[in-house]
Design a protein around this ligand. Structure first.
Ligand SMILES: Nc1ncnc2c1ncn2[C@@H]1O[C@H](COP(=O)(O)OP(=O)(O)OP(=O)(O)O)[C@@H](O)[C@H]1O
Length: 270
């Protein structure tokens, strides 16, 4: 079995008005099928840039990214993205927002009724059947975020890419959606690469946590394998985790990396 995603010697240099900006250097990472990976690091280190490279929204300055052994050169339906700001179309109902994504993948192969069924099933999966006919401005932030997740899941991506999907949510909604995501990942077997700032979220959900050094020219500093059974084998009950030795040790290791080894120097503070 070959790996699902391979990132080899990737460099990312942006051309800016002030000249070249070296954002990422020597990025090497292999993701196995069904793995849940989180990217964590201080603000501006290049997490979104790396996710956008995997999504095919950006091309690397050097190096190569492979998904299922094929070079990533553009966005593709097998790599669905959930953005932090949900990016729903305001004039469409929740169902039609999801349907649009379903059509982009299945319009050529399935009849309309089946595609509608898919969209409805995805909304049901995130508990939003009641909100099908509502438009984005009529629902809460947490619900919008769930529509964004439903839209990505409805495409049945093999690889789910998430850029701080729960970043803007209150703690309770966030916990609920994390629990839902755990179940969905366990049920679908999709691989996930997720950007987060939240250490607990990273430990709760990940098989491995990829910790990035500070930019510019950020790279992967450490990779932590979380010593818990993978989500696809066993869910991680949030309350039990609060006392789990493997959970607590992982949490400490990530905090140590972020706040001792990569202590963030605020440029503006001086
Ligand atoms: N299109 C671009 N042109 C120039 N510089 C860019 C571009 N996109 C990102 N950068 C720079 O690359 C660096 C990494 O940005 P990126 O958004 O990937 O960081 P991040 O880790 O996701 O940050 P945050 O956690 O704050 O969202 C930053 O210094 C950013 O200013």
């Amino acid at each position: 079995m070959h790996p699902h995603l391979q990132i080899e010697n990737v460099e990312m240099v942006f051309s800016t008005r002030k000249g070249r900006f070296h954002a990422l250097r020597e990025i090497n990472l292999t993701v196995q099928r069904g793995e849940f990976i989180t990217l964590i690091g201080h603000s501006g280190c290049g997490k979104s840039t790396l996710l956008n490279l995997i999504a095919g929204l950006l091309r690397p300055s050097e190096g190569v990214l492979l998904c299922d052994n094929r070079e990533i050169t553009a966005p593709g339906p097998e790599r669905a993205v959930v953005f932090q700001n949900h990016s729903l179309l305001p004039w469409l109902s929740c169902l039609d927002n999801v349907l649009l994504a379903v059509d982009s993948v299945f319009a050529g192969s399935e009849p309309k009724a089946r595609r509608r069924e898919r969209a409805r099933a995805a909304l049901a999966l995130v508990g939003l059947t009641q909100a099908e006919a509502k438009r984005p401005h009529e629902i809460s932030g947490g619900m919008k975020q769930r529509v964004g997740i439903a839209r990505a899941l409805a495409m049945e991506p093999k690889l789910l890419l998430m850029d701080e999907p729960f970043g803007a949510l209150d703690a309770l909604t966030r916990a609920k959606l994390q629990d839902e995501l755990m179940k969905i990942v366990a049920a679908t077997g999709a691989s996930v690469v997720m950007v987060t700032h939240d250490v607990d979220e990273a430990v709760l959900l990940s098989d491995r946590i990829v910790m990035m050094t500070n930019g510019p020219a950020a790279t992967i500093g450490e990779v932590l394998k979380v010593p818990l059974p993978p989500l696809r084998e066993a869910l991680r009950p949030r309350l039990a985790m609060a006392h789990d030795a493997g959970y607590l040790a992982s949490r400490e290791q990530v905090l140590e990396f972020l706040y001792r080894k990569q202590a963030h120097v605020e440029k503006d503070a001086a």
